[in-house]
Each structure stands twice: as structure tokens, then as C-alpha cells.
Design a protein around this ligand. Structure first.
Ligand code: ARG
Length: 251
């Protein structure tokens, strides 16, 4: 990047270094990051990145006339990378929270969901059934935050770098329950009946959105306008039904 361009960016009211929309358009490429370990939203299928969020981002970018440049990395580093101008957008099933909104600017929500209790023991279904139990959750998630707040509290909340690891802890009997996204959990149950896992209740609900660097509002507005158009013209509904058999937008 030229010296002068760097200086010009520094004068804009953006998180240090975030690329303004005009610069993204000039490059023709939107740099976008996700985790790639959260099926059916963002995951690798035989080495290919796919999922509802990956395909939704593809639709948005296409309509904006941009190509996508994907990066995948651990969930923990995704939002931080926005402030460091390592990518323009993150789409990885982030629930909109006050805490996160201090650090990034959220797009309009692209689906609504919540944290579901999953266990082997059919008696472990509700928030109060987690009291005195051991619960597995992915590090850095709203599931961790919410499970830690429960009164009476679980005996232990174990953190795992990926949601897949948190689930494995339940499957191998190292914990009593796993809290994860409702759709992630339901797909796991449906695809793996032999695991004999039971879906309990929703602990909380959340609105899920992609994010941009704090203050990159022209990018947020362009994304939102495009997402709204896809929601209005039937493309979002078709994509959602293909992945979930239902429309998962927030109502
Ligand atoms: N919805 C939860 C949150 O906002 C979990 C997101 C996990 N995403 C992922 N790609 N593993 O924290």
C-alpha cells in the first residue's frame, strides 16, 4: 500500500487501518474470515469450505459485485483481526452482544438461534439441571458466557478451542452436558443417532450477525442493503430451506 493511502485511511473515522468501502470496491475483493468448524454454518466438507454462512456470504458478495477472499482460523482470533485490518468481514455465527459491539460493528442479523442443552442423560434438559454438573462449551462463545452466569452454577464449565471438541467431550463421557447452537446441536443429533444424545431446552436466544471493523459503516450499510434484497427476493429463503428445511431469519 502507498504511504499516501495509509495516511488518507488514518484520517477516516474507522478502526485503525480498516479498508473503506470505496477501497474494497476498487480492489474488487472482499476479504472475509470464518472459523470453518461449525457445521452447518461454516465448515470444511472434504477440504472445501462450505455451509449456510459461507453460501450466504457468496450471495451477498456476488450481488455487491465483489469476489470473496476467504481466510479460516480459530474462533478466538476472528473479531480481533477486524481491528488489525487483516480482513474486512467476519461471518462465524457471532451472537450480537454489547461487549462485542464495543469492539466491532455488527451487520444486520442473518439468522436467529440460541444455546441448546445437549446431554446423554434425559434428566439433564433445563438450565437448573446443569447445577452441580460438568458442562462443555467452546471458548469465547456466548454459550460460555451464559453457562457461567447460571444460578445455581454448574460444578465445572470446561472450555474447548472448537465446538467439535466440546461435543466430543460429551460423546466420550468427560462432561455431563454440551451447550451449543440449536441448529448445530439438532444436526448432530439427526446425523448421529447412534450417539444417543438428547436435546434439552434453549438456555437463551440470540441474533446472529456478521461483523466489520468498528465504525466501517459504509461497508455495514452496503452489506445490510444487499442482505435485505436477498431476504426480499426469495434467495435467502431458498438457501435457508436448503440447509435447514425452514427459514431461519429473525422475525
Ligand atoms: N453463537 C455463539 C456465539 O456467538 C457461538 C458461535 C460459534 N461460532 C463458530 N464458528 N464456532 O458465541
Amino acid at each position: 500500500m502507498h504511504r499516501r493511502a495509509v495516511l488518507a485511511f488514518a484520517l477516516l473515522p474507522l478502526a485503525a487501518g480498516a479498508r473503506p468501502l470505496a477501497e474494497i470496491r476498487r480492489s474488487g475483493k472482499l476479504r472475509i474470515a470464518t472459523e470453518g468448524a461449525f457445521a452447518p454454518f461454516n465448515y470444511f466438507d472434504q477440504g472445501r469450505l462450505t455451509g449456510f454462512e459461507v453460501e450466504l456470504a457468496q450471495l451477498v458478495a456476488k450481488k455487491m459485485g465483489l469476489a470473496l477472499e476467504w481466510k479460516t482460523l480459530g474462533f478466538d482470533g476472528l473479531l480481533t483481526g477486524l481491528g488489525q485490518d487483516r480482513w474486512d468481514v467476519v461471518i462465524a455465527s457471532h451472537g450480537i452482544t454489547e461487549e462485542r459491539a464495543k469492539a466491532v460493528s455488527f451487520m444486520a442479523p442473518h439468522y436467529c438461534s440460541g444455546g441448546l442443552v445437549v446431554a446423554r442423560d434425559p434428566k439433564i434438559r433445563r438450565a437448573r439441571d446443569l447445577a452441580g454438573r460438568t458442562v462443555a462449551v467452546q471458548t469465547g462463545t456466548t454459550y460460555l458466557e451464559q453457562v457461567k452466569k447460571l444460578v445455581p452454577p454448574p460444578r465445572d464449565v470446561k472450555n474447548f478451542p472448537t465446538d467439535v471438541d466440546a461435543r466430543a467431550a460429551l460423546v466420550t463421557g468427560r462432561v455431563d452436558a454440551w451447550v451449543s447452537d440449536r441448529f448445530v446441536a439438532l444436526e448432530t443429533l439427526q446425523k448421529n443417532p447412534q450417539l444417543k444424545l438428547k436435546a434439552g431446552e434453549l438456555l437463551f436466544t440470540e441474533r446472529i450477525a456478521a461483523a466489520a471493523a468498528k465504525g466501517n459503516l459504509p461497508l455495514v450499510e452496503a452489506w445490510n442493503k444487499t442482505l435485505a434484497a436477498l431476504m426480499a427476493d426469495g434467495s435467502y429463503a431458498a438457501l435457508s430451506r436448503r440447509w435447514f428445511g425452514e427459514d431461519v431469519r429473525c422475525t
